[in-house]
Design a protein around this ligand. Structure first.
Ligand SMILES: [Fe+2]
Length: 450
């Protein structure tokens, strides 16, 4: 069974179990059966991974970071259910129990007889679930609270809209490439302009949205993340909007040649053979050919498509008969691509924690990547990039909002652990703050959280 089919089965059984929970009394044999099927669907998926994640982006349901093309009834039903409860992510981790699943259904089906009348309106469902001692199933929010976005500097509906538009625009472009129709270049340019506008105002919220995990390197979230990370890097280097726009378009189009790779190779969970690797290594040339035939695509997009797997030290692929340095734009895209790929949780590779991903990038400075670009990238992202959940030495949990202005290891965070010691809920904290009496830092990051 392919991963897509397994995810489909999971959603089908999840919707059935949720409906059953509303219709039948607890302990009813029908409920028991639907729960078993749901459990089995999850175990199937977990044969090859430790974590299974469903996400909601706009009206679309994401599985493994990939939006379904046809949003059939069970899929749209589930995305509506989750959205109605303010849930963007539903994560199952290996080791969950049947009792955990039962609690999830109880919370999602809004069983007020158990939860207490009206409580669902006041308490986020994620807290209700955690309050039942469930740690292996998590409900997440990208914009965790409905507080004043301008002060919290987190993703506003408009920023999320720009991100979602970019994902659906990319879906469309990939469809065109796959079916031999022309990619609508003008549409891609508009998406880039929209992302640029938000990034100019404040890069932090969109950088936070890139923490939406892309689970495969041909998914739309991955491509949009590469686009955002490339535009943000370009904006740190130049104010020339025309140049930045060209870089952004090149980033969104650079991997189009992947539509020529058979899905069984892209989707493969097994170690690829040499012949299969050879097919994958053809995609820069396929991208070049495809984009060269597309009206309105500029030379820079062709260059980046061809060069994005070449390296700063002049190695990489496709091999060239003479030593030609990578174009500046290709260096930015290569860095963005590698970083987001490391952050993704794929069937063949576990997600690398952000601080480790940045460390690997640093180690590759002067080899894979341009040292100047590496320095700029680290400064832009900080040691803990926006969107990273971190544990503090006070025991509190926080979400990084933006890199610290003074020290990359001391970002500005939002506490998400409920009440703080000062009694404020979900307070914004700069980790550079010191105790005025002792001079010691008030809080420090101890580690990032998965
Ligand atoms: Fe690529």
């Amino acid at each position: 069974m392919s991963a897509a089919t397994e995810y489909h089965e999971l959603v089908r059984h999840l919707v059935a179990a949720l409906n059953g929970r509303r219709i039948y009394p607890p302990q009813h044999p029908v409920l028991d059966r639907t729960l078993s099927r749901l459990e089995q669907a999850l175990h199937h998926l977990m044969v090859s991974r430790d974590e299974v994640q469903l996400g909601v982006l706009g009206t679309r349901l994401l599985a493994d970071g990939l939006p379904w093309q046809d949003q059939e009834e069970p899929l749209s039903l589930l995305s509506q259910e989750l959205r109605a409860r303010g849930v963007d992510k539903l994560t199952f981790q290996r080791g969950f129990t049947r009792a955990d699943l039962d609690s999830l259904l109880e919370v999602l089906s809004g069983d007020r007889a158990v939860a207490g009348a009206g409580i669902l309106d006041a308490v986020p469902v994620a807290d209700l679930l955690a309050g039942r001692g469930v740690s292996r199933i998590r409900l997440g929010h990208l914009d965790l609270e409905k507080e004043d976005a301008s002060t919290l500097q987190t993703a506003t509906p408009s920023e999320r809209g720009a991100y979602e538009d970019a994902v659906s625009g990319l879906t469309d472009a990939m469809d065109c490439a796959r079916t031999g129709r022309f990619i609508r270049t003008r549409q891609v340019v508009t998406l880039v302009e929209n992302l640029m506008e938000h990034l100019t105002r404040d890069p932090a919220p969109l950088l936070m949205l890139t923490a939406l995990k892309s689970h495969s390197d041909y998914t739309f979230t991955h491509i949009v993340n590469v686009g955002i990370l490339t535009i943000a890097q370009a904006q740190a280097i130049t104010h020339n909007t025309e140049v930045i726009r060209e870089y952004g378009v090149a980033a969104l189009l650079h991997d189009m040649g992947k539509v020529k790779i058979p899905p069984e190779i892209l989707d493969s969970r097994a170690r690829l053979s040499d012949a299969e690797f050879e097919i994958i290594r053809r995609h820069p040339i396929d991208s070049l050919h495809l984009l060269r035939e597309t009206p309105g695509v500029g030379d820079l997009s062709l260059i980046v498509a061809f060069e994005h797997h070449r390296r700063y030290d002049l190695t990489g692929y496709p091999a060239l008969p003479r030593q030609v340095p990578q174009h500046f734009a290709s260096r930015l895209v290569a860095l963005a691509d590698a970083y987001d790929a490391m952050r993704s949780n794929r069937s063949y590779q576990r997600e690398v924690p952000p601080e480790q991903a940045l460390q690997i990038i640093q180690q590759q400075s002067g080899k894979m990547f341009d040292p100047l670009m590496v320095r700029l990238f680290i400064r832009m992202m900080g040691a803990f990039p926006p969107g990273t959940r971190v544990r503090l030495d006070t025991g509190e949990e926080a979400m990084v909002l933006k890199a610290g202005p003074e020290d990359p290891h001391r970002p500005i965070v939002r506490l998400v652990d409920g009440m703080t010691s000062e009694g404020d809920r979900l307070r914004l904290v700069n980790l550079s703050e010191r105790d005025p009496k002792t001079g010691n830092y008030l809080r420090s990051v101890t580690c990032s959280l998965p």
